[in-house]
Design a protein around this ligand. Structure first.
Ligand code: IMP
Length: 422
């Protein structure tokens, strides 16, 4: 079966972009199926770091089609900026980039609503990236959204005005104006640019590829614990971030899905609000943040850091049907005398459970840890798994035993070349 799906198993920022870039040469197409400019996929090669937000991470491989699927919410201004940056770096995306006409458009007023609703939440803020994600998906589900295909219609401007009027009516009870006038000219010029791109019924494009026996890699954004249904609701994003989302977000039938790659860090991070039982609020957390350069690639916010959380990973593996794990940023733990892994939670009633309790109960759980010895080597110089230090090998064996899924890739630096296959 020719579709493999790659998903984050934590709260995003696991390193999905790097792995998509590394695996892309073995596929004919890479397709994004959800999320939007809230994502920040970082790829590093030839000494240069690239951050992609909406463009699929296969874009640096000219023979691979890159598809922005119908499940994505697209900000034309951000998208144009990304493509201009790629052009400046000599990447020609003109022939291999397709955008679904059914993807939803993020308008300046969606961003305004994101800001207004976050301000109104006071100390229950989601910690949104303020890119307009929630309001755009709300309009989609409410059946009032504007799609990319609408920009080709003669009445697009009238539809836009109707949408903005609707958004102004949502903002009115907050006693806030949308204040979008200064962004509108830029939005329309970005829409003009979007009209020049390859807008397509990408579900047909993808299914035609599958009929020809071509291979597709579906690229997830954010992480399973931010999933709208199964994440730490309400502190989640507004899309289906799990593997099943690839079917509805691309128009691919479930029978086409083969492997599911689950991406996890060797530890855990989270940006924004919400429960994070293994969070380290001490100097160890700070050490991880500095060593892992854990600052948001989209917002620059410091990421919350903590130990790996196995109840949460088991849950994500179950939801996604993960067939192989890719362990990222193992090198960040270089030099730690001890490494801890949360194997169970102790609940408020005193029960020890290997499962993830309901999000509402997560603030009250206490993680139960197993401590393992660290390794004292510089992993970033390794080129082969035979060189892995024995304490890291023990950590990998321990994780595989706990999670019952093989770890096929160990990543030991941001660079493409630092990808060790087991
Ligand atoms: P939104 O998707 O911008 O509405 O943000 C909702 C929550 O998801 C916030 O906690 C964000 O920090 C988090 N989030 C959204 N996108 C990402 C991502 O790509 N990486 C990590 N966290 C994200």
């Amino acid at each position: 079966m020719p579709v493999d799906v790659l998903v984050g198993l934590q709260w995003g920022d696991e390193g999905k972009g790097k792995i998509v870039d590394v695996l892309a040469p073995t596929y004919d197409a890479v397709a994004r199926f959800q999320g939007g400019p809230n994502a920040g996929h970082t790829l590093t090669f030839d000494g240069v770091k690239h951050v992609l937000h909406q463009v699929p991470s296969g874009i640096f491989h000219p023979h691979i089609l890159n598809i922005v699927g119908n499940g994505v919410v697209l900000d034309p201004v951000v998208f144009r900026g990304e493509l201009q940056k790629l052009t400046a770096r000599g990447v020609d995306w003109s022939h291999n980039l397709y955008i679904s006409k059914k993807a939803q458009l993020i308008l300046p007023s969606h961003r305004a609503l994101d800001r207004i609703s976050e301000e109104a939440r006071g100390n229950t803020k989601i910690g949104s990236t303020l890119k307009g994600i929630g309001p755009t998906y709300s309009d989609k589900i409410g059946r009032v959204g504007l799609r990319v295909g609408h920009i080709l219609l003669p009445d697009f401007e009238a539809r836009y005005k109707e949408a903005v009027a609707h958004h102004a009516s949502i903002a009115a009870p907050y006693k806030k104006g949308l204040e979008i006038e200064e962004f509108e000219a830029d939005f329309f010029s970005a829409v003009e640019f979007l009209r020049t791109l390859q807008l397509a019924d990408t579900e047909y494009l993808l299914n035609d590829l599958l009929t020809q026996g071509k291979r597709v890699l579906a690229e997830g954004a954010q992480g399973s614990l931010l999933d709208i249904d199964f994440g730490t609701y309400p502190y989640v994003t507004s899309s289906s971030t799990i593997a099943a989302g690839a079917c509805t977000g691309l128009g691919i039938a479930p029978r086409h899905i083969d492997k599911v790659f689950g991406i996890t860090k060797a530890y855990c991070t989270r940006v924004g609000s919400g429960p994070f039982p293994t969070e380290l609020l001490d100097e160890v957390g700070e050490q991880i943040r500095q060593a892992g350069r854990e600052f948001g690639s989209t917002t620059g916010r410091p990421r919350r850091c903590g130990w790996i959380d196995l109840p949460a990973l088991r849950y994500a593996i179950m939801l996604n049907g993960v067939t192989e794990l890719h362990l990222m940023k193992a090198d960040v733990l270089d030099g730690f005398a001890e490494i801890r892994a949360c194997t169970h939670y102790r609940t408020a009633t005193g029960e020890s459970t290997p499962r993830l309790p309901d999000p509402g109960e997560l603030d009250a759980v206490t993680p139960e840890y197993l401590t393992l010895p660290g390794w004292h080597s510089d992993l970033t110089q390794l080129t082969d798994t035979t060189q892995l230090p024995s304490n890291l090998l023990s950590y990998l064996t321990f994780l595989e035993h706990e999670l019952q899924v093989p770890i096929r890739i160990v990543s030991v630096s941001p660079d493409r070349v630092s990808t060790l296959y087991r």
